[in-house]
Write a protein that binds this ligand. Structure first.
Ligand SMILES: Nc1ncnc2c1ncn2[C@@H]1O[C@H](COP(=O)(O)OP(=O)(O)OP(=O)(O)O)[C@@H](O)[C@H]1O
Ligand SMILES: [Mg+2]
Length: 321
């Protein structure tokens, strides 16, 4: 069976202004290859600025990569013009971090959910109403009649994100990229929304890219975890294997930085990973993690390690192995 989504050696470089006459190159994504199976959930974790959002946007063809290829359902969509992407726009959906800015404040919930159906010319009026009601039931915004008439400002952050989830699912997509879908939601409803997404993802067999800072939630909500550092995937494995047996020093540091659950300490601070936070402008030569790596060797400063399978299903890019 073909993969749902295949990214082949994707590079996304931006030109960014650095002073009046100067621009610098930002290597936001710098050679990522990965594939997502149908109905699979892949978590992408890594620190701020490592390129997660850029990679997700590229996978949705909201950005054209500088180089590399995007293969969806066996079709190369890397350079297709927007006019030939309509089928893809229906099959691939996004859930972004901020439910406030991703829905129109002047539209009712019903209008928000009906918009994609009208855009893709799906169903009669009555059929669309049934689909909207079903979508609201799916995300547990009931009674549905009550929610249909509401405007976004009448909803809580969590309810708004449920509307965003319903809108993403209403077209029965094959692929959803969810970029930190709960990070801006009240901490008390995060788990509930993650469980809801997981349930719907399984029910409808959606391939899911779940982006998060948080390796602890990635463990519960994914079939595989990919760890990203400065535009590269440095390690990839099934969650249990990755967390119990992390091979890359960066993954080890990420796991150590997860605070221990402590019911008495409400202000658990995330520990920080030692060393300078990385910059995608002038990244270091060799292994990009070497300036922060406790195990750095000579060759790490010059030679970039390639991602390779060390054990079945466990890939790592590190000269230690
Ligand atoms: N349009 C752009 N122009 C210039 N630089 C950009 C652009 N978009 C992203 N970048 C830079 O590319 C790098 C990767 O950004 P990206 O948003 O993909 O990271 P991220 O992993 O999603 O971070 P976060 O966890 O903070 O959301 C950052 O250094 C960012 O400043
Ligand atoms: Mg981001």
């Amino acid at each position: 069976m073909t993969d749902l989504l295949r990214l082949q050696d994707i590079k996304v470089y931006f030109r960014s202004r650095a002073g009046l006459f100067k621009t610098v190159e930002v290597k936001a994504v710098d050679g990522v290859s990965l594939s997502l199976g149908r109905g699979e959930t892949l978590a992408l974790v890594g620190e701020s600025g490592c390129g997660k959002t850029t990679l997700a946007r590229t996978s949705l063809r909201l950005i054209r990569p500088t180089s590399g290829r995007i293969i969806f359902d066996g079709a190369d969509i890397t350079h297709l013009p927007e006019s030939e992407l309509k089928w893809f726009r229906r099959k691939a959906q996004a859930i972004f971090q901020d439910p406030y800015s991703s829905i129109d404040p002047f539209m009712t919930v019903k209008q928000i959910l009906e918009e994609p159906l009208i855009l893709h010319k799906i169903g009669s009026r009555e059929e669309r109403m049934e689909m909207i009601a079903r979508a609201l039931e799916d995300v547990k915004l009931t009674p549905v009649e009550e929610f249909m008439g509401k405007y976004p400002h009448m909803l809580s952050g969590g309810q708004r994100q449920r509307v965003v989830i319903a809108r993403a699912l209403i077209l029965r997509p094959e692929y959803i990229a969810a970029d930190e879908p709960v990070s801006m939601i009240d901490a008390s409803s995060r788990a509930e929304i993650l469980y809801l997404m997981k349930e719907l993802q399984e029910r409808y067999g959606v391939g899911f890219l779940y982006i998060t800072h948080d390796i602890a939630t990635a463990r519960h909500f994914s079939d595989r975890i990919a760890v990203m550092y400065l535009g590269k995937i440095v390690e990839m494995a099934e969650p249990r294997e990755l967390i119990e047996n992390p091979l890359h020093p960066y993954t080890q540091a990420l796991i150590e930085a997860v605070p221990e659950p402590d019911p008495n300490n409400r202000f658990r601070e995330r520990k920080v990973i030692p060393g300078e936070p990385p910059s995608p402008i002038n990244p270091p030569p060799g292994c990009k993690f070497h300036p922060r790596c406790p195990y750095v060797m000579d060759r790490c400063r010059t030679e970039e390690p390639q991602l390779q399978e060390i054990k079945k299903g466990h890939l790592v890019a590190c000269h230690l192995y």
